[in-house]
Design a protein around this ligand. Structure first.
Ligand SMILES: Cc1cc2nc3c(=O)[nH]c(=O)nc-3n(C[C@H](O)[C@H](O)[C@H](O)COP(=O)(O)OP(=O)(O)OC[C@H]3O[C@@H](n4cnc5c(N)ncnc54)[C@H](O)[C@@H]3O)c2cc1C
Length: 386
């Protein structure tokens, strides 16, 4: 089959690119081996995303937001971040003049909405349940081999096949990887006390604990802990885990009761040396991984999608969607966002992990100070909201 653009990887980033190009006047193919998990009938999906305003508006424009089960999403209207003494910084949607700071969406909810939007898309051929197993680069296009023996010829290939991207490696793009030796432990809980649409985060000696609001009296946990501690959390009984989380969160929610299995995700920072190669663009986790403490990985990925879709929409007289000039424009447009996010998440993590004398006092004083300086807070909110 011949197409203008083949997208390899139908995770939230690859699938949303297909949707963003629905009216671009281009033929598309999307290759994805997995079928989306069904929404759990009881409890919530283990994986949830905090999506910022930029991502929400993007998903609305693409008609994806409207397909979400809206009763399963939760707004974040307040946020409280605690240092390892009593220091804290607070953010409020009301005081920032916005309806909400972020929206919490389950991964299964997002993937279901994407799938139903894509099924009806006329310019798209879906290759579901198959993998891309090879790529051959030519001057005029790329030939992709699929695991079921089929082949796709594309003028441009977009790699959205995740952090261990085989396509990125096949194109010879190297990646700078730093393993944090931390694992993101996720689980959802029913709480005794209401969360009042507030997200909480604690920078602890043992890592970073976040409790995000879910509908009703439920919260979603992401506890980024050193691997050994994470193994303990993952091996703990429901009761032990609930107790440890309640203790680390100063009993803020009263008694906790797990409503989903616990899962762990190894954490690392990764940045591909280039976002482009001849007839290839990298987007999402294929191009960059950041620490989840700022909840920005997918938001960054949606930023890549919008940038690439914008460049392709504004291609003017350029007939070849794989032209170097277009790819360069895409790469240039992402430089600043990626650099800033990597520096912020990494800097915060290093600052709160350090046991050096003075650093501990400095970081907590920094939190208190930032909490009192309104313009700085507004700037932080603006950056996080997108
Ligand atoms: C604990 C944790 C919490 C997080 N919380 C947040 C948050 O609150 N907010 C936020 O913005 N981000 C968050 N993130 C980051 C977010 O999870 C990722 O940025 C996001 O999932 C990246 O999506 P993606 O589509 O780029 O990649 P993926 O979701 O990895 O999708 C890649 C897809 O490619 C497919 N694939 C792989 N190989 C092939 C192949 N050979 N052929 C075809 N397809 C292939 C896979 O099946 C998969 O579906 C979090 C991450 C972690 C670990």
């Amino acid at each position: 089959m011949n197409v203008d653009i083949a997208i390899v990887g139908g995770g939230p980033v690859g699938a949303s690119l297909a949707r963003a190009l629905a009216t671009a006047g281009l033929s598309l193919a999307l290759v994805e081996p997995k079928t989306p998990r069904p929404l759990p009938a009881a409890g919530f999906d283990q994986r949830v995303y905090a999506l910022n305003g930029h991502s929400r508006r993007f998903l609305e424009r693409c008609g994806i937001w409207q397909g979400l089960s809206l009763e399963r999403i939760a707004p974040v209207r307040e946020m409280r971040v605690f240092g390892d003494d009593a220091s804290k910084i607070e953010f409020s949607a009301y005081r920032s003049g916005v309806a909400e700071l972020a929206t919490i969406v389950e991964e299964a909810n997002l993937r279901q909405a994407l799938q139903s939007a894509l099924k009806a898309q006329l310019n798209l051929s879906l290759f579901s349940g198959v993998e891309c197993v090879g790529a051959q680069w030519g001057d005029r296009g790329v030939a992709l081999s699929l695991s079921d023996g089929r082949r796709i010829d594309a003028r441009l290939v977009v790699a959205a096949d995740g952090p261990d991207s085989a396509l990125r490696n096949a194109a010879g793009i190297t990646a700078r990887v730093h393993e944090y030796a931390h694992t993101g432990v996720v689980a959802n809980f029913r709480t005794e006390r209401a969360h009042r649409d507030t997200a909480y985060q604690w920078f602890l000696h043992s890592g970073v604990l976040a409790l995000l609001p879910l509908p009703g009296n439920h919260v979603s946990m992401v506890w980024s802990a050193a691997d050994a501690d994470a193994r303990e959390l993952l091996g703990a009984s429901d009761e032990e885990l609930a107790q440890r989380v309640a203790q680390a969160s100063s009993g803020l929610f009263g008694k906790l009761q797990p409503v989903s299995p616990t899962a762990g995700f190894p954490l690392r920072r990764m940045r591909a040396s280039r976002l482009i190669a001849p007839r290839l663009a990298l987007i999402g986790d294929t191009a960059h991984n950041v620490h989840p403490l700022a909840g920005q990985g997918l938001n960054l990925g949606f930023g890549d999608v919008q940038a690439l879709a914008d460049v392709l929409a504004a291609r003017g007289m350029e007939k070849d969607v794989g032209a170097v000039s277009l790819l360069r424009r895409f790469e240039r447009s992402r430089g600043e966002d990626l650099l800033v996010m990597e520096a912020v998440t990494d800097g915060l993590k290093a600052l709160f992990e350090s046991n050096l004398p003075g650093v501990e006092r400095l970081r907590n004083a920094g939190l208190r100070l930032a909490n009192r300086i309104s313009p700085l807070k507004r700037l932080l909110v603006k950056r996080a909201l997108g």
